[in-house]
Design a protein around this ligand. Structure first.
Ligand code: PFF
Length: 459
């Protein structure tokens, strides 16, 4: 077997592949660009003082995120299976322990847990689109906007309805398969998303507060930066690039052999970062134009933004566009979260349709506990006896477990595998000239950075 061939290529069935490099890029960018970019990035930037935080975040993407993304896509392409199957195959090829399969298992589980609560949050975009269209935001004040959001969160029935519809949309695409489902959806939704984003940035530039937003995002004020902000930036770098959750490994498995992994991963990371920054430029000018606070927190999009849009000419229309954008972004991400599990079940002989329905249904069931955490079970904080988890609802616990434990741990193991276990000739054959830069980073820098994160986290 030649080293430049995927290990699993000798199997009888021909692997399913993306039809082009463009299709992979749209799928990977679709996975990466999501609530993380448009909802979370602007508000954590707002909370952590702006420019200095953005700089640290960019460094995390470049030094840790990008090399890890290359590693995952590379492993996926060599294994040509689901993340679980891939880890089994590549570990065997490197004469490694069977336990490496645990990396695939943990990634698949992390993606499943994230999908369960992500779907609930993504569901919020739908009632917001309706409210924007029907004029609910016209001249709304901050108090009323806060009330509307509060009412949505307080209603298990409403949350369940939107969560169900969103999960249905995800399952529908996933059930269609890689080419006819995922590829077809992402190659339409992502270009639409870019157009919407450009329109919204253009609209924001008419507010007269564009310069202020630029200054906020790009003028570093290091006094606002804390050790905690650095951890938040790193954690977000993982989340936003869909790392350590199987998505990139699963999508990498369908990447044609001739495509350059390094160059493609760079395009994905740059586009993901670009969308996050553009989302900031669509949101902050509108927020500043009305003297509202950038440091509002998670309510920035769902409470502050409606107030701002509600006072602008044509605001209802643009608010609707904004929430459509958010819906599309979340949809293409959730499809990728389901892929690890669906491809695994598929490998085990379950049809794609049954795997998508079964996996989606299980995530939907778990999602109900997130729905309830926001209202009826908001006082149910089962791990209060452990100081670290005190006061955390089930939803908070899922978020904490995936973002602070499973993703960094999975990332560390992946870096150790490709940096220390895998033969450099094998990774060299996949990465070509870029191997020289990538290898020392994943071997030393990434594991060290991740160990520091753990030491901080476990203090
Ligand atoms: N990258 C997505 C976002 O920024 O919203 C979230 C995500 C997608 C995480 C896919 C994990 C994943 F497997």
């Amino acid at each position: 077997m030649s080293d430049s061939q995927p290990i699993a290529s000798s199997s009888a069935s021909k692997p399913v592949l993306w039809s082009s490099r463009f299709a992979f890029i749209m799928a990977a960018v679709g996975s990466a660009v999501g609530l993380g970019n448009i909802w979370k990035f602007p508000y954590i930037t707002g909370e952590n003082g702006g420019g200095a935080f953005v700089l640290v975040y960019l460094a995390c993407i470049a030094i840790i995120g990008l090399p890890l993304m290359m590693s995952e896509v590379m492993l996926g392409r060599r294994g040509r299976k689901s993340p679980i199957g891939t880890m089994e195959v590549v570990a065997a090829a490197e004469k490694g322990s069977k336990n490496w399969i645990g990396v695939g298992l943990m990634a698949t589980l992390a993606a499943f847990i994230i999908l369960s609560f992500y779907s609930v949050i993504a569901g919020w975009t739908m009632p917001y689109i309706i409210s924007a269209v029907t004029g609910d935001f016209n001249d709304i004040d901050a108090e009323r906007s806060g009330d509307l959001f509060g009412q949505l969160l307080a209603s298990p029935g409403q949350l369940l309805l939107w969560h169900s519809i969103f999960m249905g949309l995800t399952v529908w695409v996933s059930a269609g398969g890689v080419r006819h489902g995922v590829e077809r959806a992402v190659t339409k939704l992502m270009p639409a998303l870019f157009v919407l984003l450009i329109i919204l940035v253009g609209y924001a530039s008419t507010t007269g507060h564009f310069g202020e937003a630029l200054g906020f995002l790009f003028k570093p004020d290091f006094s606002a930066l804390t050790a905690e902000s650095v951890l938040i930036a790193l954690g977000h770098a993982f989340f936003t690039l869909s790392l350590a959750s199987g998505a990139m490994m699963a999508y990498g498995a369908y990447l044609p052999q001739k495509v350059s992994i390094a160059r493609t991963a760079m395009v994905v990371a740059v586009m993901d970062t670009g969308v996050a920054l553009l989302a900031g430029l669509a949101i902050f000018p509108v927020v500043f134009a009305h003297g509202l606070a950038a440091s509002e927190g998670p309510g920035l999009i769902f409470v502050t933004l409606p107030v701002a849009f509600g006072q602008m000419p044509g605001g209802g229309f643009f608010a609707a566009l904004f929430f459509v954008l958010l819906l599309f972004a979340a949809w293409t991400s959730s499809i990728s979260m389901l892929e690890s599990l669906v491809s695994y079940l598929n490998e085990k002989g379950v049809s794609r349709v049954k795997a998508a329905i079964g996996g989606g249904f299980a995530a939907w069931l778990l999602g109900i506990t997130t729905v309830l955490s926001l209202n009826l079970w908001s006082d149910f904080t089962p791990l209060d006896s452990l100081a670290r988890f005190e006061g955390k609802t089930l939803f908070d616990l899922y978020d904490y477990l995936t973002a602070n434990i499973m993703m960094p741990l999975g990332a560390l193991l992946i870096a150790l595998f490709v940096g220390w276990k895998m033969k450099p000739e094998h990774s060299q054959a996949e990465l070509g000239a870029w191997h020289k830069v990538w290898f020392p980073i994943v071997r030393y820098v990434t594991p060290l950075a991740l160990l520091i994160v753990f030491a901080f986290n476990l203090r």
